[in-house]
Design a protein around this ligand. Sequence first.
Ligand code: URP
Ligand code: ZN
Ligand code: ZN
Ligand code: ZN
Length: 479
Amino acid sequence: QRLDTLITNATVITAADRFVADIGIRDGRIVALGEGLAEGAGPVGETIDASGLWVMPGGIDAHCHLAQPLGDGAVMADDFASGTRSAAAGGTTTVIPFAAQFKGQSLRAAVEDYHRESDGKAMIDYAFHMIVTDPNQTVLREELPALIEEGYSSFKIYLTYDDLKLNDREVLEVLALARREGAMVMVHAENADCIAYLTELLEAQGHTAPRYHAEAHSSIAEREATHRAISLAELIDVPLLIVHVSGPQAIEQIRWAQSRGLRVYGETCPQYLMLTADDLDQDGFEGAKCVCSPPPRDPAAQQAVWEALESGVFQVFSSDHAPFRYEDDKGKKLHGEEASFSCIPNGIPGLETRLAILFSEGVVKQRIDATRFVALTATNPAKIYGLYPRKGTIAVGSDADLTLWDPEARVTVRNDDLHHAVDYTPYEGLELTGRVVMALCRGQVVARDGKPCGQAGDGQFLRCDKPTPARPRGQAKGF
Ligand code: URP
Ligand code: ZN
Ligand code: ZN
Ligand code: ZN
């Protein structure tokens, strides 16, 4: 049978192996992997010579926010079209953004809202995590079990933000539900009362500049909430994933839990490697560009995050892309420059730069090896969120989601060259080594030389299986 695409002489890198091989693709899937596939392959649609290139699984960005309205009226710059276009350009071929419930809303209605929002727009494949903000009896007894069964097998909960947070009792209820139904729970771990207290104190002293965001969101508040979330999950005996971990205090809690055999997973993001709280302290209001929660900390925290990536405390590396424009079309800032830090929408853009940053700063600088890079950016998220082995690896039968890397290319990050709808990148001017020269999603080329070339609507919605890593300790292992 004819191959649609044959990639030859690829240095294939998976989470486990590195080998030179040809990759045969038919109907969007990898159907052959081996030496000398060209001989005897018969007619081939397209042959791509990958000599000198590294071929890795397409990136999976398992934490990004697209078209998600905020409680205070702030709107995200990226919808599913611009967000997935930008992701593709950077080598990401699957995204898992959020379908967020607002309090009082049915969870089913929230999921339907995000489907309406994404239908026909995505350039790459996508699944949804839910955000559960209102775990009432209907949600717990009817909606969540049904939705988990239908392919929404992960959800995020918050311990902070007034319009999102759950109290400990509610956390216990949703954790118990996740245990019963086999869902993966992600938690935003910051102590809401600590942050509110510090925010009021700072604002009363007139300390309203962007840099005070980092003081209000203390690492102690992150540590406490991380420990509490772990304890609640241990009490229920259910796995848990702590998202966007910023530094050593929370890392210690996760490592402690893991050392005691608990299935606690960790995620971190580029901002915790590349930025510090000093980046919030810039001329004028510029620091607002680096406001996210938890905030970036200091160089020692960056070092701790690298070590946790290297040693396996973290399984997932995501962007937490939360796209807000710095200025509107008239050059006006969202709440004006005199607005307090507590009014700045939290989150920074990063879908397109995530892979290049970890490749350059991690693999090229030899802080992590290439197989770890693949595990963190593709294989582990696929396993943890129930998409493996369809996504996240290079194997016969898997989707042909591939990135072809020139490991030596030099690139300077410029927002002008990015494809999101945000008017800045926090990484402007950053010089990187390594570039995705081609990305394929189910065998279709979706990016070439940093430019997207797929079509909106080509991306498919993915139903997620109940993830093996979400099984409680009482059941069979397998991760
Ligand atoms: O500041 C952040 N991280 N904003 C995005 C929303 C979230 O909590 O992940
Ligand atoms: Zn969060
Ligand atoms: Zn987020
Ligand atoms: Zn405001």
